[in-house]
Design a protein. Structure first.
Length: 162
């Protein structure tokens, strides 16, 4: 299981690797992306997975590659790039999807105001079963509640909350 844990820590760090292939004007665009630009951006999981597939030792990258490729998949099959559904989405990708979405919702964007941690947690709960894995959302929001929605209250590391 230690190999899986190491792979899990690599996935979130590498999930946007494929975005390095895109023009900076798209990445830093202050407004919402056009449909064409969004189609381009949706290629980043495949590009990132392809880059990681060329690293050695390949065997140690399997879970990281799966996570990078599948972190935008959704439980109801509406995600990308492979339109995976439910349990077909790798577990690490389901976990990263919740964390990444929470981060996006709680970050200020030029096209969208940031939500409070409570507001983002409520949105995750609203979208569980359809977009997000219910057990991942439940665990994530339980940790937030235990920390009183203050990340500085959470312990990091083995045996800690986060």
């Amino acid at each position: 299981m230690m190999v899986h844990a190491v792979s899990f820590t690599k996935g979130p760090c590498c999930m946007t690797l494929g975005k390095f292939a895109f023009p900076i004007k798209i990445l830093l665009k202050p407004d919402r992306l056009t449909e064409e630009e969004f189609t381009i951006i949706k290629q980043h999981p495949m590009i990132g997975a392809a880059i990681l597939s060329n690293l050695e030792p390949r065997g140690s990258m399997v879970y990281t590659i799966q996570t990078v490729r599948s972190h935008h998949e959704r439980m109801n099959g509406t995600g990308y790039p492979d339109r995976l559904k439910g349990e077909d989405i790798p577990l690490f990708a389901r976990i990263v999807a919740v964390a990444d979405s929470f981060d996006a919702m709680t970050s200020s964007r030029s096209y969208s105001p940031e939500l409070s941690y409570q507001g983002a947690a409520a949105e995750l709960i609203r979208c569980k079963h359809t977009l997000f894995d219910a057990s991942v959302v439940d665990t994530f929001t339980e940790i937030l509640e235990e920390c009183e929605y203050r990340v500085e209250n959470c312990e990091i590391g083995v045996g800690g909350a986060i």
